[in-house]
Ligand binder design. Structure first.
Ligand code: AOF
Ligand code: ZN
Length: 382
């Protein structure tokens, strides 16, 4: 092992380890930990799966030598509460660690500075804020959910270079190439839920599952105020295998018989529930649309910490203009389809002034074949 590494170097290793928990630890944070003694890494571990040991315990239970006197680098403040596992502070004290370098503090009210305090009270030196921004960014979902109790919403769309998500005819297979689409599968694995509007279900009859090898399916959430989802749709047909929530508004659905469907609302609800669909009642806003904030609060209560929002345009517009979106992934394919009536990713009434545009920050550009994906956080001050 190389000597003379800086605390940042070791924290980078811990960050790398933490990422192994992607898609497996939610709604817990991804955490990585390395122990260093006499300039050598003697232990490394991460939080591997939800409910399992935390990073510190995994590392310290797998030491190559006695960790007494070692330094510990951990991306998140060690916890000090009995949750699914005993407090990490306990094992750090027990193993006689000399110093702990912490990436960022934990905003879980059960921890929130208490982890650091307890370690110091036991004579362990603690230095905080090592690669703090990177450590917070790694768990942007965890921090958002912990601090707001509502899911982190990432809006994803794929469009042509002239800003269309489909041709005027409606044909949209495919806008982007295979590499981009594979990355979308990774996103579906990363986020706990996936959300789409009923328009998308009626137009495309999608599965909204995760087809990544070793991946797990996100909870499917369909915004369908009038409960129009067809019993024969792929989503309903697979609802007993993949958790599926249909959010609807009773007041809106009262006009349901007028849609010419030969069933009562009660029968339709029962049929959906028999198929395994979870029906979630959400009050409508004044304009009759689903109250998305209300829905997100309900989903937060059910443990959904993050959602990949895959439109369509009306739902995207509501989420964006109601300030509910935290991150955008815009895939752009070098193709042009033209057409004044070809759909674009975000519709709605639009923002009248360019100076009021929603801006992204910390923007990254990724390349997938000839496509690009621009992603960034939605800037808070608007
Ligand atoms: C750490 N190291 O690796 C993780 C921490 O229900 P539990 O017991 O798994 O506790 C979950 C909480 O513990 C979570 O909300 C967060 O505050 C902290 N996660 N802490 O010291 C870890 N995963
Ligand atoms: Zn812990």
């Amino acid at each position: 092992m190389r000597k003379n590494q800086t605390p940042e170097d070791y924290m980078r290793q811990a960050l790398q380890l933490a990422r192994k928990g992607e898609g497996k630890v939610s709604p817990n944070p991804m955490v990585g930990c390395v122990a260093v003694k006499d300039g050598a890494v003697i232990a490394a571990g991460c939080h591997e799966k939800y409910g399992g040991f935390h990073a510190e315990r995994n590392a310290l239970l797998n030491c190559k030598e006695d960790p007494e006197g070692a330094e510990l680098y951990v991306t998140l403040e060690p916890c000090c509460h009995y949750g699914k596992t005993p407090p990490c502070t306990e094992i750090i004290i027990e193993k006689k660690i000399k110093k702990v370098y912490v990436g960022c503090l934990d905003s879980n009210p059960k921890v929130a500075g208490n982890g650091v305090r307890i370690l110091r009270e036991h004579g362990i030196a603690v230095e905080t804020g090592i690669l703090e921004q990177e450590c917070r960014d790694l768990n942007e979902v965890f921090f958002h959910y912990m601090e707001t109790k509502t899911p982190f919403l990432a809006m994803k769309y794929a469009m042509t270079l002239d800003g269309k998500i489909a041709c005027e005819s409606g044909d949209s297979k495919w806008v982007t190439g295979e590499d981009s689409r594979n990355y979308v599968q990774r996103l579906r694995n990363r986020y706990r839920g996936i959300m789409a509007g009923i328009g998308t279900v009626l137009a495309d009859d999608p599965m909204l599952n995760c087809r990544m090898e070793g991946g797990r399916n996100p909870v499917r959430i369909i915004c369908d105020s009038r409960l129009r989802i067809p019993q024969g749709s792929q989503i309903v047909k697979t609802a007993s295998e993949i958790e599926t929530i249909v959010a609807w508004s009773p007041n809106r659905a009262l006009a349901w018989r007028e849609q010419g469907i030969d069933k009562t609302l009660e029968e339709k609800k029962q049929a959906l529930e028999r198929s395994g669909v979870i029906l979630l009642e959400v009050p409508p806003k004044e304009n009759g649309e689903l109250d998305l904030s209300h829905l997100l609060r309900q989903l937060g209560e059910r443990g959904v910490d993050s959602i990949l929002l895959e439109g369509g345009g009306t739902l995207n517009a509501s989420a964006l203009t109601e300030n509910l979106v935290q991150r955008v992934y815009a895939f752009i394919a070098p193709k042009l389809v033209a057409g004044a009536n070809a759909k674009s990713p975000i519709e709605g009434a639009g923002i009248p002034r360019m100076k009021d545009a929603v801006a992204l920050e910390d923007v990254e550009v990724m390349r997938f074949g000839d496509d690009i994906c621009m992603t960034g956080k939605v800037a808070k001050q608007r």
